[in-house]
Design a protein around this ligand. Structure first.
Ligand code: IDP
Ligand code: MG
Length: 139
């Protein structure tokens, strides 16, 4: 059965551009309930840990630099079928391929600076939520 929670973060390009509010509004309008949220910043080392799965990819070092370049807004979200529905709402990794009206279609600058993260499985949603939030912050 599909899980009810996913993890997201609004990435540095979108926060710096002042798009945090507009993105949160889209998330809530689509029926996601915000369970946990904060404004924070990753060090390069923490960004590397978060994206460990991509460490052999050619874009890994740039990605860690970009993800630690400014403030981010991590959130845990709740909805039926959360992971899949949220991936639909954010659109394809490359904004040039993101469907009309998706968050990346509207706010992403490039395949790297693509405005927002969305977990790709229930297991990763839990791991990624735990990366940013303690047990008491996840009710
Ligand atoms: P996703 O965020 O849509 O799940 P992933 O393949 O998991 O995409 O990649 C993680 C992040 O790494 C992307 O959101 C993007 O910021 C960055 N990224 C992915 N592919 C590329 C690339 O080809 N060049 C530069 N950055 C990339
Ligand atoms: Mg991914």
């Amino acid at each position: 059965m599909a899980g009810k929670r996913t993890f997201t973060m609004i990435k540095p390009d979108a926060v710096a551009a002042g798009n945090t509010g507009a993105i949160i509004q889209m998330i809530e309008e689509r029926g996601f309930k915000i369970i946990s949220m904060k404004l924070t910043r990753l060090t390069g080392e923490r960004a590397g840990e978060f994206y460990e799965v991509h460490k052999e990819r050619p874009f890994y070092n740039d990605l860690c630099k970009y993800m630690s370049s400014g403030s981010i807004v991590p959130m845990i979200l709740e909805k039926e079928n959360a992971v899949e529905d949220f991936r639909t709402l954010i659109g394809a990794t490359n904004p040039a391929e993101a469907a009309e009206g998706t968050i990346r279609n509207l706010f992403a600058n490039s395949i790297e600076a693509n405005a927002i993260h969305g977990s790709d499985s229930d297991d990763n949603a839990q791991i990624e939520g735990n990366f940013f939030f303690s047990a008491i912050e996840k009710y």
